[in-house]
Write a protein that binds this ligand. Structure first.
Ligand code: UDP
Length: 244
């Protein structure tokens, strides 16, 4: 299958503009074409401006989706009416697709505090009885125990590897290790494992519809305020860039 599309520039990185990201990705899954998916939001775009390694990883990834409303706002300023594609929802549709494909397409859940990935996997197993779970691992491995996890991944060759280490740690980790499972779909899922495991909740739909999911995250995790200063910075960069 060909590349997703030209990437449209958002600050220093590019985002793919597709009508149906889930459909594109499930076709890659079916054909077992190795894919790195980046779920781009304003915080990551700002961080990439100061981190050339992150920029090059995003540029070399196979699919960059507009995960945050900041990104769709930016695209709108440039005349692109793109629907937002939250990473958690794309990962969920990928799991649904894998569930239909059964044992030929096993999934590995990686990340979060000890027990979280396992709990998330069990919940998905209940929802999708045909889903093949290749394995689970927590995201706080010591440098001594990481090689064993990498060895397991390499031996199991899962079709999907969900990596919930938070951005940009997960993007750097995927870029470093994706050669171990060249036919897999690797996707950074941030805090999605926590949500599936039931220890965090997503913003209610009405807040999401108002593009205020970030406000709910701030309420749930007030320590995020410093990171979130990237949001007004991003909006300012978007506006000044457009009318410069
Ligand atoms: N995490 C991890 N290992 C680490 C640091 C973080 O597994 O060394 C996990 C953390 O437990 C949480 C997720 O990564 O489940 C980060 O979620 P967050 O919502 O901060 O990510 P974001 O969506 O902002 O990228």
């Amino acid at each position: 299958m060909s590349e997703a599309s030209e990437k449209f520039p958002v600050l220093g990185v590019g985002v793919n503009l597709l009508d149906d990201y889930a459909d594109w990705l499930s076709s890659r899954l079916q054909q077992k074409i190795g894919t790195h998916v980046v779920t781009l939001n304003a915080e990551m775009a700002i961080e990439a401006e100061e981190n050339p390694l992150l920029t090059s990883i995003i540029q070399q990834s196979d699919l960059v989706i507009p995960d945050g409303s900041g990104i769709t706002f930016y695209l709108w300023l440039y005349g692109k009416r793109q629907q937002r594609c939250p990473g958690i929802e794309l990962a969920e549709s990928l799991l649904q697709a894998a569930g239909e494909m059964g044992s030929s397409h096993p999934v590995f859940f990686f990340g979060g505090q000890p027990g979280i990935a396992k709990q998330a996997a069990e919940i998905w197993q209940q929802k999708l009885p045909n889903l093949a779970i290749a394995g689970t691992e927590n995201g706080y491995l010591s440098p001594e125990s990481e090689p064993a996890c990498l060895h397991t991944l390499s031996a199991l060759q899962p079709s999907i590897i969900l990596v919930g280490l938070g951005a940009p740690r997960q993007e750097l980790w995927i870029a470093k290790h994706r050669h171990l499972c060249p036919q897999a779909i690797w996707i950074g899922v941030g805090g999605s494992l926590d949500i599936w495991a039931g220890i965090k909740t997503r913003a209610p739909l009405w807040l999401r519809d108002l593009n205020l999911e970030w406000l709910y995250r701030l309420y749930q995790e007030p320590w995020r305020w410093r990171r979130m200063l990237a949001l007004p910075q991003f909006a300012l960069r978007a506006l000044t860039g457009r009318w410069a």
